[in-house]
Design a protein around this ligand. Structure first.
Ligand code: ADP
Ligand code: MG
Length: 632
């Protein structure tokens, strides 16, 4: 996630020192990795030229296999060949649907089904995070081999509906695979970025600001998202779909059709079942290009069966599935309170959107053809690659485009005693403006220094420094009388500007903080984590800092009083107060905030008499030479 910080001269990478950054689509069925080459995003292929890596991991006797090699044994080593692991990410056994539970042997840490879920394999039990890490590691290796260097970081996509636990699990998997996660990006947003929908905001085509429906039909899941784009910020207006509807259901419909035509009544073995599904899937994919295809299964022992299927038949038996996707589309439109004609474009995502009757149904529903110029399998990874390149700081200044929706860490200002006063709390959506009033610390103070920081901790030294500036020309007043209004403003591009003005005189100063991409999500997480774990320490530190500030201000006013009214004290009183002040000054350099508070209170008490005499003197001076009329 992009962060606000000062980009200092010379800090942005030189053109020849581009950082290697990739986008990863960690899919339920297939995963891909993409990068930007000469400003064009492209998916990186394996040795055999295939860009897709099946999201399958097999725990073999003495090896862990990933991708196509793992899939080979899906039928004969089902318990050790894990597919669709994305369904289990951040979930407990109780969250799972029955047929998912039936596929593997699960254990949980807590034993009550609510703890972290683990899958039992011949190589021990593995968590979904570990399984996903295997897939990510394979993609990392592929990327590093093909790019010839170590990766700086990756943007990993997740479904828009993924909750915190699922997102965190995805990040953990990436960390386990040794990837630096630049950001998690919603899959529909990534697809929209790949189509360059966000680019139009720069004045090329204002009409492109608008609402887009992303229709994602993958292998086992169907997601619809409606995004609204305004000034470069994507907002998810609605999500709908079915976590158990996808290309696999079309395979199953064909398999059932084949079994019916063969009039096979005997139950199939797991291997036979797997073979039939693979043949049905091949036929389904062939029907995208041809008018007819054959489902052919070799059952072993020289026995095989085959059946021809026409496109017409295929469309007829699977039309109910297409209708189900359309009901979800309608639901998402209702939720977003939009009419069909308010959708500016329909973006196709997922291999299963290649099927012609899916496209035809969408065209009929929206009255215009969906956007289909890009490869629907690759579009999510391509969009992620574009984001990754920007987050790695490779984009030229004018071409940077932020997808900043919320502020990831609080923004605040340093106050006396090295403390942070938060002005805009984290997770505020942008654009946003907030103001807060501060005051002077010393009598007659005419300038004030501001230090803008970012982070959750109480002490400035634990936060990230963003900018410093000064306000000069404050009219001299007693300490605490000036009213300095500090305004923080973050615009839709993530640009922070901070201004300060003295309310009575109107003097102003301001600073603009440019966005750049210093912190990775991991750093944000660790900064947040340390804010939680250090909360107690921080409170102690704050108490100490406050006690010191109070003591210092008390000492300062005592010195001033001595200067003006030493005559009101006899020598013994003066010596006594001087010694107490020395003691407080000494304590204020130590770390015992309670002792400082006590000594300040003692000094306050001991000087009450002195303060009374000064007050009397001031009143007498004010009254001197005035008539009773003037006083009343
Ligand atoms: P996921 O997002 O779940 O990882 P994908 O986007 O990779 O899934 O989609 C996989 C699905 O797309 C599979 O069901 C596959 O059969 C289907 N698919 C891929 N190519 C075609 C094609 N040419 N015609 C029809 N379906 C296809
Ligand atoms: Mg997908």
């Amino acid at each position: 996630m992009a962060l606000l910080q000062i980009s200092e001269p010379g800090e942005s990478p030189e053109p020849h020192t581009r950082r290697l950054a990739v986008g990863i689509d960690l899919g339920t069925t297939n995963s891909l990795v993409a990068t930007l080459r000469n400003a064009v995003p492209e998916c990186l292929p394996d040795d055999e030229g295939r860009t897709m890596l099946p999201s399958a991991v097999r725990y073999a006797e003495d090896d862990v296999e990933v991708g196509y090699t793992a899939l080979v044994h899906r039928g004969d080593d089902a318990l050790n060949t894990i597919t669709s692991v994305k369904r289990f990410m951040g979930r407990s056994v109780t969250d799972l649907r029955d047929e998912s539970k039936a596929r593997y042997q699960f254990t949980t840490a807590s034993g009550d089904g609510k703890g972290q879920l683990k899958i039992t394999t011949r190589r021990g039990s593995v968590s979904p995070i570990e399984v996903s890490a295997e897939i990510l590691r394979a993609l990392k290796v592929r990327a590093e081999e093909s790019l010839g260097g170590e990766l700086y970081g990756a943007v990993i996509t997740v479904p828009a509906y993924f909750d915190d636990a699922q997102r965190q699990a995805t990040k953990d998997a990436a960390q386990l695979a040794g990837l630096n996660v630049l950001r998690l990006l919603n899959e529909p947003t990534a697809a929209a970025v790949a189509y360059g929908i966000d680019k139009y905001v720069d004045g090329l085509d204002q009409d492109a600001e608008g609402c887009y429906l992303i229709y994602d039909l993958g292998g086992g899941t169907f997601d619809v998202s409606i995004l609204r784009l305004t000034r470069g910020v994507f907002e998810v207006l609605a999500t709908a779909g079915d976590t158990h509807l996808g290309g696999d259901d079309f395979d199953e419909a064909l398999a059932k059709h084949a079994l019916d035509s063969w009039q096979l009544t005997r139950a199939l073995s797991p291997a036979g079942q797997a073979n039939l599904l693979a043949a049905s899937r091949a036929a389904k994919e062939a029907l995208t290009e041809s008018e007819a295809a054959t489902i052919k299964v070799n059952w072993g022992c020289g026995f095989d069966s085959s059946v021809d299927v026409s496109r017409e038949t295929f469309f007829a038996i699977t039309q109910p599935l297409v209708e189900r996707t359309l009901s979800a589309v309608k639901k998402s439109l209702r939720d977003a309170k939009l009419k069909v004609d308010q959708i500016d474009g329909v973006v196709l995502v997922g291999g299963a959107t290649r099927m012609p009757h899916v496209r035809a149904a969408l065209e009929a529903h929206f009255g215009k053809p969906p956007l289909a110029t890009m490869n629907p399998d690759e579009v999510v990874a391509l969009g992620a690659a574009i984001q990754a390149d920007q987050l790695a700081g490779n984009a030229k200044p004018g071409e940077q485009h932020l997808l900043l929706d919320v502020i990831p860490l609080s923004l605040g200002i340093e106050t006396m005693g090295n403390l942070v006063e938060k002005v805009i709390p984290r997770n505020s959506t942008i654009p946003i403006a907030k103001a807060q009033e501060f005051t002077t610390f010393k009598d007659g103070q005419t300038a004030m220094a501001f230090h803008v920081v970012q982070g959750e901790r109480e002490l400035v030294s634990d936060c990230r420094s963003l900018a410093k500036f000064e306000l000069r020309g404050i009219p001299p007043m007693v300490a605490g009388a000036a009213r300095i209004r500090v305004t923080f403003q973050v615009d839709a591009d993530g640009l922070l500007s901070v201004s300060a003005s003295e309310v009575t005189s109107g003097v102003r100063a301001e600073v603009a903080v440019k966005p750049s991409y210093g912190l990775a999500d991991g750093e944000i997480a660790s900064m947040l984590q340390s804010a939680f774990t250090n909360a107690n320490d921080d409170m102690q530190a704050r108490a100490l800092a406050e006690a010191r500030v109070d003591a210092q201000s008390l000492l300062e006013s005592m010195h001033k009083a001595f200067e003006e009214d030493r005559a009101l004290l006899n020598d013994a009183e003066h010596a006594m107060l001087t010694s107490q002040m020395g003691y407080l000054k000494q304590l204020a350099q130590g770390n015992d905030h309670r002792a400082i508070v006590r000594a300040s209170e003692d000094l306050n008490r001991a000087s009450t008499e002195f303060a009374g005499r000064r007050m009397d003197k001031a009143v007498q001076r004010a009254l001197a030479g005035k008539t009773l009329d003037q006083i009343a």
